[in-house]
Design a protein around this ligand. Sequence first.
Ligand SMILES: [Fe+2]
Ligand SMILES: [Fe+2]
Length: 190
Amino acid sequence: MLDDSIIISYLKENIDEKRLAHSLGTAKEAVKLANKYRADAKKAHIAGLLHDVAKGKSQCGFKKYADQYGIDIDDIEAKNTELIHGKLGAAMVKEQLNIDDEDILCAIRWHTTGRAGMSLLEKIIYIADLIEPGRHFEGIEGIRVVAYQDIDKAMLLALEQVMCFVRSKGFALHPNSLEAYNYFKKEEVN
Ligand SMILES: [Fe+2]
Ligand SMILES: [Fe+2]
């Protein structure tokens, strides 16, 4: 597995201080969640650190970089280009850091929209990203508590939060997020 110093210097080349602090917070939270749910804490640490590495590409346009990496963009991503940074980040770390671990790549890839049938590591990164100590929003304390009781229930709360946020911004909800929401809703009933 990659050395932390290599990852941190790679992050410093790609994202600003504020985003780096968020990434460190996400990694720390992800390790705590991994320990709680008996997931691979090392993978959680690496995916947490790297999940937002593509965020720094926003100034020059995510679409341009997506093209460069041969990433397909759907209609919703074309309108809300922020969504692209998950896919782009996974492609970047695969090529530039030679990370080929599918668990890590998928956790980075899916942290933006979520999806139906998410893996445990995908859920951990999704939730850690949302509740790391640097985050502040109404309702976060409830999600922080539930995150350590029932991660699927936390996913439901998180997706509800995201749905409200997306609507308030006037964007269309990505179908993967809706599918994720329906998936966790169904899990709740079963
Ligand atoms: Fe992100
Ligand atoms: Fe993030």
